[in-house]
Design a protein around this ligand. Structure first.
Ligand SMILES: C[S@@+](CC[C@H](N)C(=O)[O-])C[C@H]1O[C@@H](n2cnc3c(N)ncnc32)[C@H](O)[C@@H]1O
Length: 264
């Protein structure tokens, strides 16, 4: 069977250790951003009132580690069991990082190959880092399902959220169409509930040479742009060099970070 492997494993040493279950446990090191009012306590950053805090500031010195269990290679259907270069929901890395910044995170994926249970395990691995607060809910969101089939707790989570992060989900045209429909649903519910959504989409442009174009193109991303051109959405490209890098990974120049809001 044809298998794919994330590019990132060969670029940085994540001190990966193979477990008996065939998966590996990798350590994603990061720098805590520093501020003179913030001090480290038991490996976590707290402000002078003792509240957990993370400040966005350049120049950081303290190290932290998020331990993530994942697969090394999978068939295409199960790519969510790996960690890709971008922000990642698949195995929970981004959700765990996001939990430093917000009271509540809802981490979603399609429930195939045990992904949701793996995310729950990864949240448990890093429970201490999150000050033992249970603020990451793991729910199924299958882009291919119509909204009428969404579970009530998923709908509630959608209505309550402000920011949606989606990473590397634009790699298959059918899935891209379904993902665009999900964004429509998010904006529609945001307008109805009065809680507007900001959608952050991260992806790596994967270039290929196509005979039809006789050129090197990033067809998946271009397909997404073509399908959304008439949507009443505002696109803002965020310069990926405009903010500090706290995790160790190769910040390829083909990374795209797109902020999408409703309205034109
Ligand atoms: C390339 S991986 C990216 C994973 C993760 N976001 C990252 O960047 O590490 C693509 C993700 O899309 C998810 N996916 C595939 N089909 C889906 C569907 N029908 N609904 C929702 N997510 C889906 C996969 O399970 C996987 O988590």
């Amino acid at each position: 069977m044809y298998k794919v492997t994330s590019e990132i494993y060969g670029e940085t040493n994540y001190n990966s250790v193979k477990g008996d279950n065939g998966r590996v446990l990798s350590k994603f090191k990061f720098k805590y951003p520093q501020d003179e009012n913030i001090v480290a306590q038991n490996g976590m950053l707290v402000d002078k009132d003792g509240d957990l805090t993370v400040q966005r500031k350049r120049g950081s010195t303290l190290d932290g580690v998020i331990a993530i269990e994942h697969s090394e290679a999978t068939e295409l259907r199960l790519v969510g069991l790996q960690v890709w270069r971008e922000l990642g929901a698949g195995v929970g890395l981004t959700s765990i990082a996001a939990a430093f910044y917000t009271q509540q995170v809802v981490c979603t994926d399609v429930n195939v190959g045990g992904i949701l249970d793996l995310i729950r395990e990864n949240v448990k691995h890093n429970f201490k880092l999150l000050q033992n607060r249970n603020k990451i809910d793991v729910l199924e969101l299958d882009f291919l399902k119509p909204v009428e089939e969404y579970a009530p707790d998923l709908l509630k989570a959608i209505d309550n959220c402000d920011i949606v992060v989606a990473a590397d989900v634009i790699y298959d045209d059918d899935l891209t169409n379904a993902f665009i429909h999900v964004i429509d649903v998010l904006f529609e519910r945001g307008r109805l509930s009065g809680k507007n959504k900001t959608v952050l989409i991260a992806l790596e442009k994967r270039y290929v040479f196509t005979l039809s174009d006789l050129d090197t193109t990033a067809p998946m991303f271009e397909y997404f742009l073509k399908q959304t051109i008439h949507k009443p959405w505002l696109f803002e490209y965020i310069d990926t060099n405009s903010f500090p890098q706290y995790f160790e990974y190769d910040r390829s120049r083909h990374l795209v970070l797109l902020k999408v809001t409703y309205g034109k």
